[in-house]
Design a protein around this ligand. Structure first.
Ligand SMILES: CC(C)(COP(=O)(O)OP(=O)(O)OC[C@H]1O[C@@H](n2cnc3c(N)ncnc32)[C@H](O)[C@@H]1OP(=O)(O)O)[C@@H](O)C(=O)NCCC(=O)NCCS
Length: 161
């Protein structure tokens, strides 16, 4: 039986307390910078229809959230901004993020999204390799984007013409 379930949801979100806590915890474990509790709470109170997409990977065996991706959508520009993507350390390199990508992509395309944009720290080679493997191309380097001497890279994915 397949252990991991994938699903992609469009805002507004109404997560139960357990899912909200797991998202916050995975964000803290995997992302630097991450959002604090207040930022997650105010995000869940944000009820703007269709402005965010949240993609989830849940392990039945581990009975918990093991990966997620969060996008801000700008449909008028056919654009999705990837705010966060994270996979629990124990589950990395097992195609969880690749499967998240396969789950959210048709969902984005159904909403007319043709481009995805993101920023990533230049030293985060695992994430950059992952994005390149999905077809993202580097756009610009942004000096000190994440703090002193922590440079950022912007990347773009677009539907092939
Ligand atoms: C980036 C991240 C989401 C990738 O998740 P993952 O589930 O481990 O990735 P996948 O197993 O789906 O990898 C798919 C492909 O991406 C590339 N890739 C992923 N991790 C890699 C690594 N550590 N080194 C090199 N290439 C890597 C490979 O091409 C891989 O295919 P392969 O395993 O067949 O070689 C994960 O490393 C993570 O959560 N990192 C911490 C959070 C983070 O940095 N998020 C991005 C912030 S901008």
């Amino acid at each position: 039986m397949k252990d991991i379930n994938y699903e992609s949801l469009i805002s507004p979100f109404f997560p139960d307390a357990e899912l909200a806590a797991q998202l916050e915890q995975l964000d803290q474990e995997a992302m630097n910078p991450c959002w604090n509790h207040a930022a997650w709470q105010s995000f869940f109170l944000e009820k703007a229809e269709g402005r965010y997409l949240l993609s989830l990977a849940h392990s039945k065996k581990a009975q918990k959230l093991i990966g997620f991706a969060l996008f801000q959508l700008v449909p008028e520009e056919e654009l999705a901004h990837l705010l966060k993507i994270a996979v629990s350390e124990k589950f990395r390199r097992q195609a969880v993020a690749r499967n998240l990508f396969a789950d959210f992509l048709p969902c984005l395309q159904k909403r007319g999204i043709r481009k995805m944009f993101l920023e990533v720290e230049e030293s985060n080679l695992a994430a950059i390799s992952f994005y390149e493997a999905q077809g993202f191309k580097k756009l610009h380097t942004m000096q000190h984007f994440y703090g002193f001497n922590r440079h950022g890279v912007s990347m773009l994915w677009q539907v092939a013409e």
